[in-house]
Ligand binder design. Sequence first.
Ligand SMILES: Nc1ncnc2c1ncn2[C@@H]1O[C@H](COP(=O)(O)OP(=O)(O)OP(=O)(O)O)[C@@H](O)[C@H]1O
Ligand SMILES: [Mg+2]
Length: 458
Amino acid sequence: MKNTILIIDDEEPILESLEMYFSEKGFNVICAKTAEEGMHKTLLFDPDLIILDVRLPDQDGLELIKRLKEKKKDTQVIIITAFHDMETTIKAVKRGAYEYIPKPLDIEELDSAVCKALKAEEKVKEKNGLIIENPSTHERGKLIGKSKAMKEIFKAIGILSENRVTVLIEGETGTGKELIAQAIHYNSPFRDHPFIPINCSAIVGTLLESELFGHEKGSFTGAHSTKRGKFELAGDGTIFLDEVSEIPYELQAKLLRFLQEKEFERVGGEKTLKSNARVIAATNKSLSQLVREGKFREDLYYRLSVAKIEVPPLRKRKSDIPLLVEYLIGRINCELKRNIRKVEERAIQRMMEYDWPGNVRELENVLTRIAIELREEIITEEHIIPLLEGKGTDQKGSVVGHLLSLSAVEKEHIRRVLEYTGWHFGKACQILGISRPSLRKKIREYNLQKEKNNLLAF
Ligand SMILES: Nc1ncnc2c1ncn2[C@@H]1O[C@H](COP(=O)(O)OP(=O)(O)OP(=O)(O)O)[C@@H](O)[C@H]1O
Ligand SMILES: [Mg+2]
């Protein structure tokens, strides 16, 4: 079926030449000279793509994108304009434009943008791949997983939120230990009391003691007034001791006493205080190993691990990956105001083959980085590969799965050469053995961009 393109521009010669060009290429072309006419024809003809001039007699084209996108979320919009400035680009992209082409128009450039936009849309409409359902709001702190291991963890959270025993959560970095501790607390009858996280590796010895148990005025240099510690402040809440392995040996004895007796003294204080706070501790090092090495008190280890949750690394529960990707993209869409609607099947496959040494946090970072730069509404393997490149992949993964398509190799190679030459076209063309126009075409085709430092400004 023919694709329909709507061109909205008030300049007759541009309308005519674009109409002729795209009709000849086999598109169904419709023209409009004002924003109102454009809006009307959009609703009437439901075009697959709109080429839109920013300057229109009756309304700013940027405003029009907003209205168009409200009515037709899936229609791709390509902006053309004489104002080639960063601000307009950012606004246009924010409002959902797919691409931005400056005037005077380079027809090749416009043509390649049109083809790419339509191809991306086709891919979104294909049946396979992971469809992202966007909830209207996205609460943080949800624990996602359907693997056997995660189901066991959900069960443990259910049981542990009913009592107040001390819990030790062991797992590699980024596996969701803090999230699990929060889930235990917020599912318990004490959810309205504070949940106080303390990173034991971020605070040095005496200060950590004072942070936990408080101090009396004048007990050490800098102690200008009496301060209550987190155990006092927590009341019936939960103290989350993150990286508990880093607690200095002497302080370990005080923590042990608290766990046994619920009693403690402030630094420099004589009065014995009591607290009912629950302790949940987490570690990404093996505590039993540290006990064997004499770096962690054995008695404290046993006290802490009355209940123990071991969170397996992501590579050992890969069946959770698609569900996590769906959830995380939904969240990223909300937080970064993006509209990623799909993840291509091969992209999911890539993610399943990768080992994720940084676990869910790394997955979240990779998806965020892609979302920041992405112009399409679909994530493909080309987006994923450069971010996983050179890092560990699952040895058991199929050999074919690791082999790249020709275009992916070409894209990567051109990107490297451009980076190597500092985007010097002359040198890059020499190395690649191609002409400047060919290089430009490739850059457009693969959407290669010079590393920008201001990406986060979007
Ligand atoms: N099962 C999960 N479902 C949803 N999000 C998750 C899950 N596991 C981890 N995350 C997300 O991954 C990130 C890291 O999680 P978290 O901080 O709980 O990990 P951690 O094990 O405490 O890491 P570290 O050891 O580095 O402190 C967070 O943004 C969290 O929301
Ligand atoms: Mg943590």
